[in-house]
Structure formats: C-alpha cells, structure tokens
Design a protein around this ligand. Structure first.
Ligand SMILES: *[C@@H]1O[C@H](CO)[C@@H](O)[C@H](O)[C@H]1NC(C)=O
Ligand SMILES: *[C@@H]1O[C@H](CO)[C@@H](O)[C@H](O)[C@H]1NC(C)=O
Ligand SMILES: *[C@@H]1O[C@H](CO)[C@@H](O)[C@H](O)[C@H]1NC(C)=O
Ligand SMILES: *[C@@H]1O[C@H](CO)[C@@H](O)[C@H](O)[C@H]1NC(C)=O
Ligand SMILES: *[C@@H]1O[C@H](CO)[C@@H](O)[C@H](O)[C@H]1NC(C)=O
Length: 475
C-alpha cells in the first residue's frame, strides 16, 4: 500500500517536473541576480533625470512603467502562457521605455532587454513579447500625457480677476514671479486618475475639512508666525543643518549618479523601496509594491494640484511683502530658495512624500520600524544659497516617518510653505495612498482622456478666500 502510494507520487512528481521544465524556469538562472523590475526602474531614473527623453512630469511615466510590469505578471498568471515572469516584465518595460525615451533606445534600452532575455528559447521570447507588449501598449495608448494648454486660461483668469486680494495667490511684483513667468504643474488637473474617483469629488468627500487659513484670523497668525523668520534667506538664526535640509528639497544638484538617487520626490520613494525591500521579496511582490506606489504618487499629485488651484492660497513671498490687516508689509522678504510658481496650499512635496511613505510602510505593516537609505551622490549646485558645493552623502533614515518629518522641515526652511500647509499635505498623501491600497485591483484603471483638441477649459478663480473653485473642463 505504502509502496504503491510512493510510486504514484514519484511518477506524478516526474510528470509535474517535466511540465514545469517545458513551461518555465530554464531561463531563470540566466538572468542577472539584480532583478528585471529593479533594473528598469534604475534605467528609468537615469534617463529621466539626465533629460534623455520626454522630460514630462515623471509620475505618469513611472506609473506606466510599473503598471505595465504588474499587468504583464497578472496576464501571465491568468493565461498560464509558457514563458517566464522575468521575460514578460522585461518586454512590458521595454515597450514603455522605448515609447518615452526613443533616443536612448539603441544605447541603453535595447541592450538591457537583450541581457534580460538571454538564454530564453525562441518560443519563450515570442510569447513574452506578445504578452508584455500588449499590456504596455494598452496603457500607453489610452493614457498619453497631455500638454500644458491650460496655462493660458489661468493667465487670462488672473488678468480678469484684476488686482490682488489678501489670502489669494497672485504674481509677486518685482520678482521673476510676474505675469511673464512660466506657471507650473497645473496640467495635472487634466490627467485622469487610475484608481481614485473624480478628483474634485475625492477632495470634497475625503478631504473636505482641509482648508487654508482665513486671512486675517488667529489661525493665519499662527501660519504667518511659523514661517516669517525660519523661511527667510537672511534670518540670522539659520544654521548650517537647516540650510542643508532646505537645500535637499529646493536646490539644484550636480554630478549625481542617477542610478542610485532620483531627481524628484517620486523617484526618492522608488529608490527607498528598492533599497528597503528584503532580498527574499518575490518578483511579483516587488512589482506590485512599485505599481501601487507609482499610482499613489500620481494620484496624490492630481489631488494636490486640484486643491492648489481650487483654493488659490497665497505664497509666502506675496503674503509677507503685501501684509494684511494684522501684519505690516515686509517689502524685501525673500525665501531661502526659489519657490514653485503655483498656489501654496497644500504642500505638494510633503503630500507626495507622505503618499510614498504610506505605501512603503504598508508593505511592512503599520507598526514596523523600517530603516532605509537612499543614495545621495552629487553636490549642491552653484546657485544653491546656503549649501553650494556641499557633497550630499547617502541619506539614512531610522524609520519611514522620519523622511516625512525631514520633508516638512525642508519645505518650511526653504520658505516655500507655512507649517499648516505641510501638515495638511501630509494628510492628503496619506488619505490618497490609503484609498489606492484599499481599492487596488478593484477598479480597472480606465484613464481614457477626452481629446484635448475639443476640450474647453473653464478657469474661474476664487474671489473669496477658503472658497473651493476647482478648474473645470468639458468636451
Ligand atoms: C506645526 O504644526 C504641528 C501640527 O499642527 C504642530 O505640532 C507644531 O507645533 C507646529 N510648529 C510650528 C513651528 O508652528
Ligand atoms: C563635477 O564633476 C566634474 C567632472 O568630474 C568636476 O570637474 C566638477 O568639479 C564637479 N563639480 C562639483 C561641483 O563637484
Ligand atoms: C551606478 O553607477 C555607478 C557608475 O556607473 C556604478 O559604480 C554603481 O555600481 C551603479 N549603482 C547601481 C546601484 O547600479
Ligand atoms: C527584486 O528586487 C528586489 C528589490 O531589490 C529584491 O528585494 C527582490 O529580492 C528581487 N527579486 C528577484 C526575484 O530577484
Ligand atoms: C545659511 O544660508 C544663508 C543663505 O545663503 C547664508 O547666508 C548663511 O550663512 C547660511 N548659514 C550657515 C550657518 O551656513
């Protein structure tokens, strides 16, 4: 009895082994120990950060790369196609990368693919290619990034509003922030979300209690006081450490090796994830984490921009120079570093940081203390006010929340944000990331945009403070 059982099992085992051999792992050993997903993310950083391709906002490109990898693995699971996980991820990534970085195709992208599929049989390559390419193309085709055609409408709406209003965003006289300055970031509002419902509804339903302070009010007095000294370039109390923290979040860097540290807040978190993941993580788990993270970072940008444009709160330099009912003007108030030219509330850098942190923390569990390091190669550029020429060593964090604290201080010390707006930015990122995690895989990302040629944009600016008047568009 026992003997016969054993025999059957042995035979079964042999059959199973044969099937597995035919269907999968022969190529595994041929792949580099550094896995495919990681290699494509590093190459993405390098090409994006050195400007060797589409220098568009990274979060949509990054979401495409990591979602394509995830969809490829899901498709492989569903279809049971006889090829390898690594190979479908390689072809999906390749398709996205060639689309966005066509000039690096021969020098960087083709060779990486070639090294990853070495050792695969012809059939395995063919199957992996058709599967990986298909999922990547579907993503790209429905989700082309769109142009900044909205800016003109915002300039017009500002001109029509006429004059400054206390508490509302506007041009800063006698600075580069005048009507000819390039406005930034507002095109995010026109990108569709992958997982979140309509951004305006999301803000109203999940973040309705967040608002910039009323001017004048005791709450505004507190925001004002939180920044008027520490954010200003010539405040005598600035320490070298404060300057350094501000510079991390505000200064251009040179001589950076971008395969180890990204050039944007999004990429900081991708890098953090790559470095924090335990070596035993499966390819599927790593890809899923990176996909969730990229999507959360992308959705957070959209929500932040929707709020910024909806509330139109004034930037510190405008507020302090203009003054208000409780504060005399300080005509020469200058922030430590150049401030993005868009409305202030809430902080985008902190929002994105908090989203990345929330997704990474969720991988390990809420209470786990996770230390990590992000490569910090490079040097602060010559225009960096307090830290020019200083080397940026690798940055070590004792925990994931420690990186949020650093970002908050960085944005305050650089004079870009009031304390209250950084704290609200943290809430925004956390709320969006949690929504993405809870709804992952439940809604098929659609993301088909209306044709921008036929799009009408309506920009109406708030005329009263704390009003939420989102930019509106329709076909
Ligand atoms: C900034 O806000 C946090 C949270 O509201 C508060 O605990 C902290 O004291 C504030 N710091 C300053 C300098 O206003
Ligand atoms: C950057 O690297 C170049 C070439 O190695 C070197 O000449 C230059 O001094 C470096 N710049 C800084 C600011 O370190
Ligand atoms: C990044 O590139 C440098 C220089 O080419 C190399 O020495 C280093 O090992 C690379 N790091 C990673 C993580 O690939
Ligand atoms: C892929 O890379 C991640 C991050 O470095 C690592 O944790 C994981 O073990 C790698 N997986 C495979 C299958 O190589
Ligand atoms: C901090 O930066 C400011 C602005 O460039 C500079 O004037 C000041 O000397 C720096 N402080 C320290 C301690 O390095």
């Amino acid at each position: 009895m026992t003997r016969r059982g054993t025999k059957v099992e042995t035979v079964l085992l042999q059959v199973v082994t044969l099937v597995l051999l035919a269907c999968a792992p022969s190529a595994r050993g041929a792949l580099p120990s550094d896995n495919v997903s990681v290699q494509w993310n590093r190459l993405f950083q390098q090409l994006f950060c050195t400007g060797n391709g589409l220098r568009f906002e990274p979060s949509i490109l990054l979401a495409h790369l990591n979602l394509a990898q995830w969809h490829a693995l899901e498709a492989l699971k569903q279809t049971g196609t006889c090829t390898t996980e690594e190979a479908v991820v390689a072809y999906a990534s390749y398709t996205v990368m060639v689309n966005y970085f066509p000039f690096s195709s021969e020098t960087d992208i083709d060779p990486l693919l070639a090294s990853q599929i070495k050792g695969l049989s012809k059939t395995q390559k063919k199957l992996a290619k058709s599967l990986g390419e298909a999922v990547a193309k579907r993503l790209i085709e429905t989700r082309q990034p769109i142009k900044e055609f909205l800016l003109e409408d915002i300039h017009d709406a500002l001109a029509a509003r006429g004059g400054d209003r206390p508490g509302l965003w506007g041009y800063i006289p006698n600075t580069p922030h005048n009507p000819t300055a390039p406005l930034v970031t507002h095109y995010y509002n026109l990108e569709q979300t992958f997982i979140l419902p309509d951004p305006t509804e999301f803000v109203e339903d999940y973040l309705g209690n967040l608002k910039p302070p009323k001017v004048p009010s005791a709450e505004w007095d507190a925001s004002y006081a939180s920044l008027v000294d520490v954010g200003r370039i010539d405040w005598p109390g600035r320490t070298r450490a404060m300057n350094f923290t501000a510079s991390l979040y505000a200064c251009p860097k040179v001589n950076v090796t971008y395969n180890e540290s990204g050039c944007t807040t999004d990429l900081f978190w991708i890098q953090a994830a790559l470095n924090a993941l335990p070596a035993t993580t499966s390819l599927y788990d790593a890809v899923t984490l990176l996909a969730k993270m990229s999507v959360a970072l992308h959705e957070t940008q959209i929500i932040i921009m929707t709020m910024k444009d909806g509330f139109y709160f004034w930037r510190p330099a405008l507020a302090f120079r203009t003054g208000d009912a409780h504060h005399a003007p300080i005509p020469n108030w200058t922030p430590y570093a150049y401030t993005f030219f868009d409305p202030e509330f809430p902080s985008g850098v902190v929002g994105v940081t908090s989203a990345g942190a929330t997704v990474l923390q969720s991988f390990f569990g809420e209470d786990k203390m996770v230390a990590f390091t992000v490569g910090g190669n490079g040097v602060f550029g010559p225009t960096c006010p307090g830290s020019a020429g200083q080397v940026i060593p690798p940055r070590h964090y004792g925990s994931i929340p420690a990186a949020i604290d650093e970002a908050i201080l960085g944005r305050i010390y650089s004079g870009a944000h009031y304390n209250s707006s950084t704290r609200d930015g943290e809430i925004v990122g956390k709320t969006v990331a949690k929504y993405v995690l809870q709804h992952w895989g439940k809604r098929t990302p659609s993301g088909v945009l209306p044709d921008t040629e036929y799009l009408d944009v309506f920009v109406k600016l708030p005329t009263k403070q704390q009003e939420f008047v989102p930019v509106h568009y329709e076909v």
